[in-house]
Design a protein around this ligand. Structure first.
Ligand code: MV4
Length: 501
């Protein structure tokens, strides 16, 4: 096992990796930008190094600086977390060239899965079902027209270099195909510097279900079941759960075996995820994510397997100690992403200082957070502050537990998605497990419209802020009289601005 690893990330995932390292007796080195001097991941690490100004391009994306820090502090390996440098093959190669271990897959596996047409070709050869369409990029609009006619409308044009929905165009009939081909190509060029586009049959309203994998370098590749990730907005997931409310044990086994085949096709090592679209009882390979994902905790809770610890252990050369039959699933887990966004104002990012934080606890509740009171939430990084995850024997008990935990949670100083999550937990289709990728669009009216209650809360918060300002500027009036209860407990000393009655 390593003695020391460098965590090349920030926020909740940096803390998550530091915790896993510490439980393995491994020292963890943090890096931080000038915006993150007081961040929790810095305080949790054994050592921490300043790597640059706040913008990611000058700090967390500086592969050369990160490798230099790792070498100078004596770290043997680098854990990339998710985002940032986690899926950049040249960085992985540079880590290896520096004599360090990258905690994750090979650069070849990342490259193979990063190009969507190359990935399709690789997994088709391994017998993995994909959505009907082209293997390779289309040469021109004429070819697009021909192939679309064969596949049958509606079709979807996708960027070969894509992922995450950029450069995607639904085409409903032959009259639109040529214009859509040009538009998708231009968008792909702008986003990825590559205008290659391919075609798939468009599936209308499938579920997004993904399989978690764990592979060692001794030939063992296991699947750890699925996650249902259909509740998303503009390709940002908001709620995830395990297991899916719809998969039968047979479907789980078939999807799992398919995901294992896809991973083996690129000699995958470490933790990874194969995404599928699930539509009318069939599933189709979408893409493979060659990193640990945000939503990994729901899988950890239903399998009892610590994915981040095992990432580190397999990177150190250990073999997985289980066969597929040893992997058992217990109960139901749900995760809500706690983002600093205003759900009632188009999820507009909300900034400010965290002035108060009450984290839910109690049976079956897990908080993976990257914030603390006093921390400034700005616009330099992703708005996800934390994840609230619950585990319970059944799905409906997990839903009720999540509601309870969301009501215990108080984040003061910024708006969060918490009121949105509370509405989801009460929404009948969600409670019945009736989900697909159009869920949010379908339920926009109930889930995203500000209620009278929210209007009232906003008005109260504004009034409280004005009062607070006035109080600060009224120096002549003694605010608290010594010796009264107010010295410790008066509501007028509450810094939160408002409270629910
Ligand atoms: C699709 C699809 C429907 N049919 N492919 C979106 C992101 C990219 N990775 C693949 N995506 C989709 N591919 C076919 N043939 C619908 C989507 C899609 C989607 C997929 C997963 C999760 C959320 C989504 C939201 C919109 C569209």
């Amino acid at each position: 096992m390593f003695k020391k690893i460098l965590v090349a990330n920030r926020g909740e995932i940096a803390l998550r990796v530091i915790r896993a390292a510490h439980e393995l007796g491994v020292q963890a080195v943090a890096v931080y930008s000038e915006a993150d001097r007081l961040a929790p991941h810095v305080l949790a690490a054994d050592e921490a190094y300043l790597i640059g100004p706040p913008p990611s391009a000058q700090s967390y994306l500086r592969g050369d600086v990160l490798i230099d820090v790792a070498k100078r502090c004596g770290a043997e390996a680098i854990h990339p977390g998710y985002g940032f440098l986690s899926e950049r093959a040249p960085f992985i190669q540079a880590v290896r060239d520096a004599g360090l271990v990258f905690i994750g897959p090979s650069p070849e596996a990342v490259t193979a899965m990063g190009d969507k047409t190359a990935a399709r070709t690789r997994v088709i050869a391994a017998g993995v079902p994909v959505v009907p369409g082209t293997k390779d990029a289309l040469k021109d609009a004429a070819e697009a027209r021909k192939v679309a006619g064969e596949v049958g409308y509606p079709v979807l044009l996708k960027a070969a270099a894509g992922g995450g929905g950029k450069g995607m165009r639904v085409v409903r009939g032959e009259d639109e195909i040529e214009r859509a081909f040009e538009a998708a190509g231009n968008e792909a060029q702008a986003a990825f510097g590559d205008n290659s586009v391919y075609i798939e049959k468009f599936l209308d309203g499938p579920r997004h279900i993904e399989i978690q994998l764990l592979a060692d370098r001794h030939g063992n590749t296991l699947h750890l079941g699925e996650r249902e990730c259909s509740i998303q907005r503009r390709h940002q997931k908001l709620v995830e759960e395990a297991p899916s409310a719809v998969l039968t044990p047979e479907e789980r086994a078939a999807m799992g075996a398919t995901a294992v085949a896809a991973a083996k096709a690129v000699s995958y090592e470490g933790a990874g995820t194969v995404e599928f679209l699930y539509h009318e009882g069939q599933f189709f390979f979408l893409e493979m994510n060659t990193r640990i994902q945000v939503e990994h905790p729901v899988t950890e809770l239903v399998t009892g397997i610590d994915l981040v610890q095992w990432q580190i252990r397999v990177a150190a050369g250990e073999a997985l100690p289980w066969t597929q039959e040893d992997v058992r699933f217990t109960g139901h887990a749900i995760e809500c992403r706690i983002t600093s966004e205003d759900p009632f104002n188009s999820f507009l990012p909300s900034t400010g200082r965290i002035t108060g934080l009450t984290v839910p606890t109690g049976p079956g509740v897990r908080w993976d957070g990257g914030i603390a009171t006093g921390v400034e939430v700005g616009l330099f990084y992703d708005p996800m502050l934390a994840k609230l995850i619950v585990h319970a024997p059944t799905r409906i008990e997990a839903v009720e537990r999540m509601k309870r935990a969301l009501l215990e949670l108080r984040v003061e100083g910024v708006d969060t998605a918490v009121p949105f999550h509370l509405r989801v937990m009460d929404e009948p289709d969600f409670r019945a497990g009736r989900l697909d990728i159009k869920y949010l669009e379908k339920h926009e009216a109930e889930l995203l419209a500000p209620s009278d209650d929210e209007e009232l809360i906003r008005a109260a918060a504004l009034a409280a802020a004005l009062l607070e300002q006035e109080r600060r500027h009224t120096k002549s009036v003694p605010r608290v009289q010594a010796g009264t209860a107010a010295a410790g407990a008066s509501r007028w000393r509450d810094r939160g601005g408002w409270r629910r009655g």
